[in-house]
Ligand binder design. Structure first.
Ligand code: 1HE
Length: 265
């Protein structure tokens, strides 16, 4: 794995073996997403799939994952509707790069994961929360609307009715309730980062071609008819399920040396 060398001001890029660690690094502004950070996310997630990274941990410096859209920048820039549509297109570019990258992105969440911060988190493939993490869509309260894909991804995670409630009332979800409604897939007592890294390492043991399919094909189906999605699924499975990397695993199952799929006792 060769980490790309990029000029970054709001994000840092590190590695732990074959895992790329992408950190939001604007803690003084609660990792609010300004235009520059979005451009940096585009650069990072354009480069990572070709870097040889087997998985990504997306984390943040400070106590909060992200406070969403940089409200101060947005206020100061006095953007027109067309200007802000272009801002949103860059957000979509960044988050689509993540979601369709083919490389598992595991988000380690803490503190505020709100507005655009939740939109960013929802573009990851797996979300890990801890006891400090809370989720909200305060757009309504700010007189705004989501612009970073929440109408698609957050609605998919929690369902339209819950998302509308979150936006109309500013409702905050955390801990067990957040887990139950699907905002996160894991909830840990201590530090979400250790768990995110553990999950990233587990996903890194999956053959890259399988990960590529899991971390892109499933998302692509949302734009397809059931007939087209079935065809695409068969096509992807044809390629993935006959790859050389699966032969060894299938042989191990056949000769009874592979682990069985059973809950821990
Ligand atoms: C910010 C932002 C921000 C903090 N944009 N600068 N998102 C929100 O509505 C959430 C807004 N933020 C907050 O509610 C709070 O900041 C927090 C609960 C996240 C953290 O509170 P706290 O007390 O730790 O920090 P603070 O004092 O509010 O903020 C510290 C600094 O971060 C301060 O800057 P400073 O220069 O005065 O020190 C804040 O201005 C700055 N800061 N959050 C800009 N969001 C594509 S559309 C998406 C639409 C949305 O995302 S709407 C949701 C917006």
């Amino acid at each position: 794995m060769q980490l790309p060398s990029l000029e970054l001001k709001n994000i840092t890029l590190d590695r732990d073996d074959e895992i790329a660690i992408v950190s939001l690094d604007r803690a003084a502004k609660r990792n609010a997403l300004n235009a520059e950070t979005i451009e940096e996310l585009i650069s990072v997630f354009s480069a990572i799939p070709r870097s040889g990274a087997r998985a990504v941990v997306l984390r943040a410096e400070g106590d909060h994952f992200s406070a969403g859209l940089d409200l101060v920048e947005h206020h100061k820039q006095e953007r027109s509707a067309a200007d802000f549509m272009h801002v949103c297109l860059r957000w979509h570019e960044a988050f689509n790069k993540m979601e369709y990258s083919g490389v598992p992105v595991i988000a380690s969440l803490k503190g505020a994961t709100v507005g655009g911060g939740l939109e960013l988190a929802s573009a990851a493939h797996i979300r890990v929360a801890d006891q400090t993490t809370y989720f909200a869509l305060p757009e309504g309260q700010r007189g705004l609307f989501t612009g970073g894909g929440a109408t698609i991804r957050v609605a998919e995670l929690v369902g339209r009715a819950r998302m509308i409630d979150m936006m109309l009332t500013g409702r905050i979800y955390k801990a067990e309730e957040a887990l139950a409604v699907g905002l996160c897939q894991y909830l840990v007592k201590e530090d979400s980062e250790a768990k995110a890294l553990e999950i990233a390492k587990a996903t890194a043991s999956v053959p890259p071609l399988s990960n590529f399919a899991i971390c892109s094909a499933i998302s692509h189906t949302r734009n397809m008819s059931a007939l087209d999605a079935s065809y695409m699924e068969a096509f992807v499975a044809g390629v993935v399920n006959t790859q050389p990397a699966s032969n060894e695993r299938l042989a191990a199952f056949a000769d009874k040396t592979a682990a069985r799929v059973k809950p821990m006792t």
